[in-house]
Design a protein around this ligand. Sequence first.
Ligand code: B1M
Length: 206
Amino acid sequence: MSVQNIFDAVLDFDEDLAVEGVKKEIAAGTDVSQILNQGLIGAMDEVGKRFSAGDLFVPEMLMAAQAMKAGLDVLKPHLAKGDTVTRGAVVIGTVKGDLHDIGKNLVAMMLEGAGFEVFDIGMDVDVEKFLATAQEKNAGIIAMSALLTTTMPGMEEVVKTIRAKELNIKTLVGGAPVTPEFARKIGADAYCEDAPAAVEAARKYS
Ligand code: B1M
């Protein structure tokens, strides 16, 4: 076993092997930040690249993210402050009235896999909950998902409230009906077509 095996396990979508690999490396005394950054995060970076290149599709990306998450759960208790890349905190949710969460969950897992501290506040999230959580968790980024044309205005409400309160929080928006034009029109900081794009945008603002 080596950190490379963990990387390979994630890319093979093998949850059990990813968990086994992380356990073995911890037992062998391998630097936990190496397990995290080269094994788990490195693999998710590669998954993002392959998805963007059209070599991987959503179901595979979900399976890889699940393998990464299983490995990360084993590693988490061993992570001391300073081991993580700590790219910053992100609050993510599906906007008010919207109960679609598959894409949002995928984005959350990819962000976590990229080293962000992710606070997933679920579906049907109103503006107050987005802002209260971001302030409580000291998150610089709010990521919003909408799958219904009727719920997209919820994104604008969040962006407007952030502006009105002059808060230093960046807004990322995504979801099937969301377009770059809509994101621009409501004044969101970034439109994210898919999960790797969300990771890229979050990196830009962290
Ligand atoms: Co619904 N649904 N649904 N649905 N559903 C759609 C969205 C719809 C397009 C189907 C259709 O009619 N063709 C349509 C919306 C039409 C519209 O408004 N334009 C629709 C409808 C109408 C409805 C109901 C109103 C149906 C009804 O009850 N009459 C109802 C609404 C409930 C509600 O939300 N209040 C409803 C209910 C449901 C289910 C509960 C049955 C289920 C959701 C289960 C769940 O999520 N837990 C469901 C599903 C599964 C779908 C479809 C089939 C699939 C959505 C999905 O998960 N895609 C969908 C049709 C479709 O999209 N083909 C449909 C896979 C997922 C990985 O992709 O979410 O696009 P996606 O995420 C992508 C990107 O968009 C992006 O990254 C992801 C990965 O690449 N992304 C982000 C997403 N969020 C992001 C956030 C970011 C960044 C990127 O943050 C920065």
